[in-house]
Each structure stands twice: as structure tokens, then as C-alpha cells.
Design a protein around this ligand. Structure first.
Ligand code: ATP
Ligand code: MG
Length: 306
């Protein structure tokens, strides 16, 4: 359905990213609760037309494994996206609240994210480019959906100029870091890295020294050192016996540095790891039914102008 921005009223803040704030809004007439994301972006007129075309392609996307965009357009210096509200927040929030995510849930998360990626890659020809825990959203029905799917060409270029070289971690694949040709396999690397992070409870680079205690904090790498490290060193692995052989094999298939050797979506969907567990994601959210927004913040009272 079509949503007019004037018909939305803010009822809370869902989170902040490098490109701005995501608000929880209610449609004044229908009562529907939705999420509103506004990305400030200044581009020239010719580029604007192209961006609007790409955004149209985005809200034609429709899959139960991908967050539904109801409206997406570029106007006077900002991209506005009105999308489906996911009441469990992102897997990054789940991780922050719960410390770690157990293997049976990760199997179910993997299954749903792979189905979402299969839809984006095979049916829409869209490369995501930014798979990471904060872009995987969950709801009380136990569904996981991919959001912030990038678009080819112009939009990705324009947005990445302002946002992608900030922060201290990256889910980019080695081939992408090296500036080589990269493609759909790159999203599989990012999924693998996200799964290892969710399993361990910390971003997996750099690894802790073998034999060190679990509490040992790894040395912090600068962003540039991290990029170099990812390209030059073996990929992260999961320790045995804390994690099953199936899970360790699954992530190692996603985290092959050579893109051609990385698991393909069809093979990964048939992997024994997904067969081994049938985790119900509704249980994952049980501890936080009112999950919305960064913890510690009374989101419904947070004041921010729309
Ligand atoms: P970055 O900007 O670095 O990619 P990010 O993905 O966290 O980080 P945003 O995409 O702006 O940044 O999202 C901010 C937060 O808002 C997310 O982490 C998520 O918790 C929340 N959020 C985003 N979209 C929705 C949605 N549709 N429903 C519920 N919460 C959402
Ligand atoms: Mg995001």
C-alpha cells in the first residue's frame, strides 16, 4: 500500500546507525505500526533520477524473508524508506541483550537468511553488500528478515561514500577488501562472519591467542589493520567441543577466503547443520517481549523531531 509521510506520527526511536535514526511510527488512519528510516544524502539531479528508479525496484521486492519496503524515495537531499516494523529488533540487539546466541537458534537464523538471500540473488538479482547482525531483524512470530539490501550502481555508490568507511569492524569479504571483482558469494562470507559473531558473542577478528582464557580480550586492530588482517590471515573458526562439527563445517564453508570455494546457497540450505537443529526463534525473544530500541533508553518517551 502507499504511505504518505504526513500520515505518520512518531511513537518511538528504534535505533541509530551511521546514516541516521530509525523511528517507530504509526499510520494515523489505519493504526499500522511501521518503521521510518531517513538517510541524508546530497546528490546531483541526474543521479537523483537514477536513485529513484533503483528505489522503485526495492519496494517491488516481496518475500517473507526480506523486510517489506512500503515506500522508498529520494527527495530534497534525503532517502526516505517506510518499512515493515520488526518487533524483536535486530540480531545485534539480541546479542547485546543476551551475550550470545545458541546453536539451535543460529541454525534456524541461517536457514531463513539463506532463503532471503536466495530470493534477493536469484529472483531480484540484488547483491546485498551489507549483511551483518544489525541488518537481520526478528519478530515475535519467530521470523528473521533481511533489511537494508543495497542496490546496484548509483545508490550504493552514493550512500557508501558517506557511510561505509566509518566504524572499526567490517563484514566485507577478502575479495571485496582487495578491490577484486566481487559478487553474490560476498554476501555468504558476511553471513558466515555474522554467525561466528553471534555464536562467540564478539566480533571474531582478531582471534584470541590459542590457549588463552575465554575472558582474554583480543588486541584491538585499527580499521586499516583489520582489513589487512582479513586478507592476509586464515578465516575465523569456531572452537571444538563448544560447537558441533556440523556448525563448524557450515561456517567454514561460508568463510572460505577464495570466493569460488565458498558454499553456494543451494548447498548450504541442504547442509546437515540446518537438519541437526530445529530451533524455534520465538523462544529466543521470550526474555525481551517489549524489545524495541537500544537498551537503557526509554524509547517511547524519546523525543526526536520527525
Ligand atoms: P549501520 O548504519 O552502520 O549499517 P545499523 O544497521 O544498526 O548500522 P540502521 O540501519 O540505521 O543502522 O538501523 C538502526 C537500528 O534500528 C537497527 O540496528 C535496528 O535495531 C533498528 N531497526 C532498523 N530497521 C528496523 C525495523 N524495520 N524494525 C525494527 N527495528 C529496526
Ligand atoms: Mg541497518
Amino acid at each position: 500500500f502507499n504511505v504518505a509521510i504526513d500520515d505518520l506520527e512518531q511513537i518511538g526511536i528504534l535505533g541509530c546507525g551511521s546514516s541516521g535514526v530509525v523511528r517507530k511510527v504509526r499510520h494515523k488512519h489505519t493504526g499500522d505500526v511501521l518503521a521510518l528510516k531517513v538517510i541524508q544524502l546530497n546528490v546531483e539531479d541526474q543521479v537523483r533520477k537514477q536513485i529513484n528508479q533503483e528505489l522503485r525496484a526495492l519496494y517491488e521486492a516481496s518475500s517473507e524473508f526480506v523486510v517489506k519496503y512500503h515506500q522508498a524515495f529520494y527527495d530534497s537531499g534525503a532517502i526516505t524508506i517506510v518499512m515493515e516494523y520488526m518487533d524483536g529488533g535486530s540480531l545485534l540487539q539480541v546479542l547485546r541483550d543476551q551475550g550470545k546466541v545458541a546453536e539451535p537458534y543460529l541454525a534456524e537464523i541461517s536457514r531463513q537468511v539463506l532463503l532471503g538471500l536466495r530470493y534477493l540473488h536469484k529472483e531480484r538479482r540484488i547483491l546485498h553488500r551489507d549483511i551483518k547482525p544489525s541488518n537481520l531483524l526478528v519478530n515475535h512470530r519467530g521470523e528473521v528478515k533481511i533489511t537494508d539490501f543495497g542496490v546496484s550502481g548509483q545508490l550504493a555508490n552514493s550512500v557508501s561514500k558517506c557511510v561505509s568507511w566509518v566504524g572499526t569492524i567490517t563484514y566485507m569479504s577478502p575479495e571485496r577488501i582487495s578491490g577484486e571483482k566481487y559478487g553474490y558469494d560476498s554476501d555468504i562470507w558476511s553471513l558466515g562472519l555474522s554467525l561466528v559473531e553471534l555464536a562467540l558473542g564478539r566480533f571474531p577478528y582478531p582471534p584470541t591467542e590459542p590457549g588463552s582464557t575465554q575472558e582474554a580480550q583480543p588486541i584491538k586492530l585499527s580499521f586499516w589493520d583489520l582489513l589487512h588482517y582479513i586478507v592476509e590471515n586464515p578465516p575465523p573458526t569456531l572452537p571444538s567441543p563448544q560447537f558441533s562439527a556440523e556448525f563448524r563445517d557450515f561456517v567454514s564453508s561460508c568463510l572460505q577466503k577464495e570466493p569460488d570455494r565458498r558454499g553456494k546457497i543451494g548447498d548450504l540450505l541442504a547442509h546437515p547443520f540446518l537438519e541437526k537443529h530445529k530451533g524455534d526463534l520465538r523462544d529466543l525473544l521470550i526474555k525481551r517481549p517489549e524489545a524495541e530500541g537500544p537498551s537503557g533508553m526509554d524509547v517511547d518517551e524519546a523525543e526526536a523531531p520527525v
